[in-house]
Write a protein that binds this ligand. Structure first.
Ligand code: NAD
Ligand code: MG
Length: 359
């Protein structure tokens, strides 16, 4: 088992990673003598709910109830948030309740937000079950729901008490979702850790074959990098922006192609390749690194080409709405070497147009 501590003073918490951890009661000691609600969705609850409930009881929970929400990003909504509140109130939970989020990033985000709000804040534990949630959304304390006018627009920074990552649950995850999570894994190598990038390049086959040791190592490295960045910049005032490599381009693809048609990680993969080409044409990155980045994403079964329907105009209208745009100036995260990235504000729009129309 691997363990990392996210260092945030009084709000610090452990992340445990390993095979079969869903059955390890020692990782859930926060629940002893307390009432617990496991919140999941109709896909994941039938797969792992029973095992988790039995572990929580073994850990000494006073009682454990389950709430299963509908599956999908469309349900990361105010209505579902309120379904959770109603469930919690009907069960007469007070501030001592512990919420356990069992699922992917959608469940983690909505349960995290409900935890931040219910009676002004209750404890919660993240049990992420997608690769994306295990390496990204369960770490860092960003919680949110969507508004019809914008994704993740209503939310809070709220840290869990623990994150428990069981690599075994990835065996039921659809291949496409696994690959999408791998885009974020590769992102960490590009922005922060060249040896990890090399390791991913040589171990990609072991990872896609779900080797428990390879998975635990990769997930630990990602969580460590994210935890370090978050410890430096919890509320995204500076260095945390680097975690958005590929995301400005990626969000444009997701929005233009219709959310759900391209998975987030797929759009980030193509966005990362566009960021690499942009960096290269801007004189910040060598050509060999662009090729290595592209090749590794392809090895992970990810798309690396701009959708045929999308030209520069289609990208830029979405990209100018990015949260990093300051006084009308686009700011892009660009790789400057494998293992290094920076925010760049002076990329000419013509250069971007050339990259996108070539991509
Ligand atoms: P998801 O939660 O929708 O999960 C993807 C699909 O996999 C769902 O159908 C889910 O039911 C299913 N699933 C989950 N675990 C499974 C398992 N073990 N076996 C079989 N099926 C399983 O999607 P996601 O990619 O995990 O998360 C995306 C969400 O995360 C978005 O809403 C995004 O905004 C959010 N996010 C948040 C942060 C953050 O910092 N808070 C970071 C990145 C993404
Ligand atoms: Mg992302």
């Amino acid at each position: 088992m691997e363990r990392i501590d996210v260092q945030l003073g009084a709000r610090s918490y452990p992340i445990s990673i390993g095979e079969g951890l869903l059955a390890d009661a020692s990782l859930f000691e926060n629940v002893r003598s307390r009432r617990v609600a496991v919140i999941s969705n109709e896909t994941v609850m039938p797969l792992y709910g029973e095992k988790l409930v039995s572990t929580l009881k073994q850990a000494g929970a006073q009682d454990v109830a389950c709430l299963s929400l509908p599956d999908g990003e469309a349900y990361k909504s105010l209505e579902t948030f309120n379904t959770i509140n109603t469930f919690l109130l009907e069960n007469n939970y007070n501030r001592d309740v512990v919420l356990v989020a069992l699922g992917g990033g959608v469940i983690g985000d909505i349960v995290g937000f409900a935890s931040a709000c219910y009676q002004r804040g209750v404890d919660f534990i993240q049990v992420p079950t997608t690769l994306l949630a295990q390496v990204d959304s369960s770490v860092g304390g960003k919680t949110a729901i969507n508004h019809p006018l914008g994704k993740n627009m209503i939310g809070a920074f709220y840290q869990p008490k623990a994150v428990v990552i069981d690599t075994q649950v990835l065996s039921t995850l659809p291949d496409r979702e696994f690959a999408a999570g791998m885009a974020e894994v590769i992102k960490y190598g590009i922005i922060a850790d060249a040896p990890f990038f090399d390791w991913l390049d040589s171990e990609m086959a072991a990872l896609t074959a779900l080797s428990p040791d390879a998975l635990s190592y990769a997930i630990r490295r990602c969580c460590q990098i994210k935890a370090d960045v978050v410890a430096q910049d919890e509320t995204e005032a500076g260095v945390r922006a680097l975690l958005n490599l590929g995301h400005t381009f990626g969000h444009a693809i997701e929005a233009e192609m219709g959310y759900g048609n391209w998975l987030h990680g797929e759009a980030v993969a193509t966005g990362t390749v566009l960021a690499a080409h942009t960096a290269q044409r801007h004189g910040l990155l060598d050509e060999q690194s662009v090729s290595r980045i592209t090749a590794l994403l392809e090895k992970a079964q990810l798309p690396v080409h701009v959708p045929a329907q999308m030209n520069y105009g289609a990208f830029i209208k979405h990209m100018m709405r990015d949260k990093k745009v300051l006084s009308g100036q686009l700011r892009l995260v660009l790789p400057t070497a494998i293992g290094q990235a920076q925010v760049v504000a002076d990329v000419p729009h013509q250069l971007l147009a050339d990259v996108i129309d070539a991509g």
